[in-house]
Design a protein around this ligand. Structure first.
Ligand SMILES: *[C@@H]1O[C@H](CO)[C@@H](O)[C@H](O)[C@H]1NC(C)=O
Ligand SMILES: *[C@@H]1O[C@H](CO)[C@@H](O)[C@H](O)[C@H]1NC(C)=O
Length: 268
């Protein structure tokens, strides 16, 4: 009798906790729009890296303690507050989050009207030969952390290309997500061996409606799970730099983040 009372009570407690957990998982309030960064800068194998860890006692962290997220920034790098805050949001969702400086200290200012800046030259200098080894170090570091058995990767604009690249065979990454990827070539799409989710902007000169249609055909041909979500009222960059005073953009940024979290919960 006592036993059944105890199990009834703990059952009620557990279902209460589960209900709370469910609610927390889908709440847009996980998304950190303002305030100071919660993570720390560490140097990992010579790579400056922003690391944001979940509260280890949170229900989300308990549920996701085996999975790390590699966060790959846009050209504004880990210095950009919005990148730090979005990485913090993944930590708040329960994931140990690791954002390597893919740009080797050469992040761009958000006002790209820098005299003398040659973007072609810049992206050549920060191409796969330079960036792949940096991302590989972050993946290896994630896997070296106690308890981590799964690695998910999320990338924005510039970083989106590398989210795709690290879903090819032998990269040791389990699932990927990208918002408005740029400079992505066909072979990088067809090479994926793991699930990928995409959040795309309505207005994006780097990823036009025609290119979107081509990408859908290429994704289908991979025979891997994929999701392509198009967000109205958004422009390239919204996954990180949405104008959150615009309700449609704010909603889209939060929804794209929750799309990534749900994707990783399910596929990583
Ligand atoms: C470490 O980084 C510094 C500066 O970024 C560079 O000069 C040096 O060659 C790097 N060392 C290794 C072992 O990669
Ligand atoms: C920018 O860099 C590319 C590649 O190095 C070069 O071909 C091009 O001439 C440069 N453009 C300008 C305006 O300097």
């Amino acid at each position: 009798m006592r036993f059944s009372l105890v199990s009834l009570t703990s059952g009620l407690l557990l279902s209460g906790a589960a209900a709370t957990f469910q609610k927390q998982c889908t709440d847009a309030d996980i998304v950190e729009h303002t305030g100071n960064p919660a993570g720390t800068i560490q140097v990992i194998q010579n790579v400056t890296t922003y690391i944001s860890a979940p509260n280890p006692l949170s229900l989300r962290a308990l549920a996701r303690r085996n999975t790390a997220v590699i966060y790959l920034t846009d050209v504004f790098g880990i210095e950009l507050l919005q990148n730090k805050r979005l990485a913090d949001s993944f930590a708040k969702a329960g994931y140990l989050t690791i954002a390597p400086d893919m740009l080797e200290g050469e992040a761009l200012p958000t006002d790209l009207n820098v005299p003398g800046l040659n973007l072609t030259e810049y992206t050549l200098r920060h191409g796969p030969a330079n960036v792949d080894p940096i991302v590989a170090k972050a993946v290896a570091y994630a896997r070296s952390r106690p308890g981590i058995t799964k690695v998910a990767i999320t990338g924005y604009c510039f970083g989106g290309k590398y989210a795709f690249r690290f879903l090819s065979a032998g990269r040791n990454v389990d699932a990927g997500f990208t918002a408005h990827p740029s400079l992505l070539v066909d072979a990088e799409i067809t090479a994926i061996t793991k699930p990928i989710g995409l959040a795309l902007a309505e207005t994006d000169t780097m990823l036009t409606p025609a290119r979107r249609a081509e990408m859908e055909v290429l994704l289908q041909a991979t025979n891997k799970p994929y999701q392509v979500s198009l967000y109205s009222g958004t422009a390239h960059g919204f996954g990180v730099r949405a104008d959150i005073t615009d309700p449609e953009q704010k909603f889209a940024k939060e929804e794209a983040f929750l799309q990534a979290v749900r994707w990783f919960d399910n596929y990583a």
